[in-house]
Design a protein. Structure first.
Length: 95
């Protein structure tokens, strides 16, 4: 998580959420994170999530972060929150 994701995580943690952060590279783990992983662990962590909050820039590198295969890993009851500049309409139209 970058700055936007970390600020969002701080607020959700204050409301009682357990935060699992996914980042491109490991850095010092903020106090609000229960756990922190790199993108290599995304597919292992998605099935565990009750809420997935996307806090991503809209770039070519992030365009397919949550593709159809990864969406299928989510629990049927999971909530997907789009908190970023990533264009979800593109994802929905393409997939």
């Amino acid at each position: 998580m970058g700055n936007i994701g970390t600020e969002f995580a701080k607020r959700m943690h204050a409301l009682g959420s357990e935060i699992v952060g996914i980042r491109r590279t490991l850095r010092d783990k903020p106090d609000c994170y229960a756990e922190q992983y790199t993108m290599d662990s995304l597919e292992q962590e998605l099935p565990k999530a009750d809420v997935v909050a996307l806090c991503l820039p809209g770039t070519d590198a992030t365009a397919q972060v949550l593709n159809a295969r990864r969406l299928a890993l989510l629990k049927s009851s999971a909530v997907l929150m789009q908190n970023s500049r990533l264009i979800m309409q593109h994802f929905l139209l393409v997939n």
